[in-house]
Design a protein around this ligand. Sequence first.
Ligand code: FAD
Length: 380
Amino acid sequence: MYEWIIIGGGIHGCTLATSLLKSGKIKKEEMLIIDPHSGPLERWKERTERIQMPFLRSPSVHHIDVSPFSLEKYAKTTQYDKPFYGYYDRPSLDLFNEHATSVLKEANLQDVWRQTKVMQVSKQNPFWEIETEDQHIYYAKNSVIAIGNNDLNYPSWGENMSSGFHLFDPALNMQSIKPPLLIVGGGITAAHAAISLSHRFPGEVTLITRHPFRIHDFDSDPGWLGPKYLSAYSKIKDYDERRKMIQQARHRGSIPSELYNRLLHLKKHENLFMIQSEIETACSESNVFMTREAKKLRPATVLFATGFKASLSNQSWLLNLIAKENLICANCGYPIVEESLEWCPHLFVMGPLAELEIGPASRNIIGARKAAERIIKSIS
Ligand SMILES: Cc1cc2nc3c(=O)[nH]c(=O)nc-3n(C[C@H](O)[C@H](O)[C@H](O)COP(=O)(O)OP(=O)(O)OC[C@H]3O[C@@H](n4cnc5c(N)ncnc54)[C@H](O)[C@@H]3O)c2cc1C
């Protein structure tokens, strides 16, 4: 029996695990993290590596450790070369990952790791019974669902294409992709991928975006991290209204200005072609695609940078759990939880699942820190 079982060992699950261990309230032996990867943050590393993201979008105080200045201190003590970028001190991806590794090592997180997938969660009073793919059953007093976002979104013409891959499809092997390439999407993932791939295949990459580039420094206004917007938000009891506010606040499909300038530079030198349009007809057997303006494109590979589905994760154990425990969800399908992020006694959520409570930054790294703070406060 464990005090805490955290389902999902990404940024969110690991931030909470670190905070719980560092708070001194929980001993290593009392905690388990269940995740199908071989170690912490693997999905994060795989996705960011795939698009060759050099710097994070978020500032240096957004990381997985407890003290806000931990990352800056780490950069100083290790005398890191070129640690930060720009006005907001955005950390380099290598620095962020190195710091995270050192924090997780210090907390001995690998010792509480079980590499498997959760397949069923049910209440066996007073504990949670958690069944895994490798047919083990674990019992926990408290469970946390921190499974992130994995339901990939494709345009309707792009599903089941033999030469089309979502950039976050774990099966995609970037080394074997063949140019010419068509990248579909107008957000930060598309921009990073277009920049790195047009260095690798100059003049053989086309980026097609549905809308003009939306330039914003962050995913949402930093006012959403504190009382400026959150105090009014937390008073709203109508969850449709909260969802509307989140949708308006999140700058979906946006990029910071320096990425935009790099795209323009590559375009000017004809290393990258950019089209603002949509694919209207697609013949996936012959790989011929026609834009709205009847421009013909013949890529060898199509890469989708079209994000994730907006709906709740469709993992069947989660849907069964909602039904069996009568867990409350808003009309948008997402959990309605307490301020402590408890969905029902001793069952907590983080990330997208905590969005209606934490607000527009819930999915981000700072959302993980905020969620961990609230969960730990509730058990004090
Ligand atoms: C390319 C990219 C760049 C980003 N850059 C930034 C940035 O600069 N700043 C920022 O604040 N945010 C950024 N984000 C957003 C966000 O911070 C990351 O997506 C972050 O990784 C989310 O963490 P997570 O733990 O919620 O999800 P994940 O990293 O997806 O981790 C969830 C884990 O849960 C596991 N899991 C799922 N189902 C089960 C199951 N049934 N049983 C057990 N385990 C399960 C998954 O395998 C996974 O390991 C970025 C996102 C992407 C994709």
